[in-house]
Design a protein around this ligand. Structure first.
Ligand code: G
Ligand code: G
Ligand code: MN
Ligand code: NA
Length: 254
């Protein structure tokens, strides 16, 4: 209850911040970042989204918080778009099913793109499979409208949900994001390795991009590369960082 009342104050008090975690190509180049919320609580220090997002989804504060995160990320994206060295970078932003289910979700995203002048093609929304359990047609229609405007979608935590392969074909997805639990265990656990191999092969046959999340060691990266994975996001390359601590070639000059 205490955390909840603090959460209500957090946005007006400016306690949220975005961290950014680089996404890396097979050549070791940064191709984008995932924006990740951090709450700088006055008493507790940094509260992780794993703690406050479920609460914010329950009481629907995620609508305001998620809107803030999307707008902040798009403002940064617009800034990069004006810089020849960074205009290729893609900004991935997590979207809660609670946000996505809003009737005017599409209009909200388009309004933020307009207001910030961020390039829609460089925005990638990360959604989870839970979205497609109910209201499949509604979710699909919204995704289609946004993808017509250039926005791309990545399916986050892939492999942990209830995947029906038929919806993968019907949705305008650009990417599958291999859940970090499989990446963490792939060298020790044959089942995880087999799942990762199937996801990579599935992505290839559906002509989707695939990114492995949570790689922490060279050995994992090498294994993934050998098995055809071409995008990485994990502590091996970088932890999520505030903008000013991103690798030099990325840091904003404002
Ligand atoms: O960064 P970290 O590992 O602590 O993130 C934990 C969880 O919080 C992840 O599942 C991530 O998707 C979620 N998360 C982080 N930032 C956002 C955000 O801006 N919006 C939503 N909906 N979820 C987020
Ligand atoms: O669910 P989602 O993919 O949005 O969550 C991303 C979360 O994964 C972030 O909170 C980020 O901090 C975490 N993460 C990213 N890379 C690694 C990693 O290599 N190891 C661990 N343990 N967590 C990671
Ligand atoms: Mn994510
Ligand atoms: Na994930």
């Amino acid at each position: 209850a205490r955390l909840e009342s603090d959460l209500r104050q957090a946005l007006p008090r400016g306690e949220f911040q975005l961290y950014y975690q680089p996404q890396i190509t097979a050549d070791g180049e940064m191709c984008g970042v995932e924006a990740l919320l951090r709450w700088q609580h006055p008493g507790r220090g940094v509260v992780s989204p794993g703690e406050f997002i479920p609460l914010a989804e329950e009481n629907r504060m995620i609508l305001a918080i998620g809107g803030w995160a999307l707008e902040s990320a798009c403002r940064q994206l617009a800034f990069w778009a004006a810089d020849p060295e960074r205009q290729h970078l893609v900004m991935a932003v997590n979207v809660s099913p609670v946000q996505f289910r809003e009737d005017d979700f599409v209009e909200q995203v388009l309004a933020i793109l307009d207001a910030t002048r961020a390039p829609a093609r460089r925005l990638k929304l990360e959604v989870t499979e839970s979205l497609f359990m109910e209201e499949r047609d509604d979710a699909r229609a919204k995704m289609l409208r946004l993808s017509e405007r250039g926005v791309r979608f990545s399916l986050d935590d892939f492999g942990t949900g209830y995947s029906s392969l038929s919806y993968l074909k019907r949705l305008p997805l650009a990417q599958l994001k291999i859940d970090q639990s499989f990446v963490r265990d792939l060298l020790e656990d044959q089942t995880s390795a087999a799942i990762v191999i199937s996801i990579i092969s599935l992505a290839r046959s559906l002509e989707l991009d695939v990114i492995a999340e949570g790689g922490e060691t060279e050995a994992q990266r090498d294994w993934l590369t050998t098995h055809g994975c071409t995008r990485f996001q994990g502590y091996l390359f970088s932890r999520p960082q505030p903008l000013e601590r991103l690798p030099l070639s990325l840091s904003a000059t404002t």
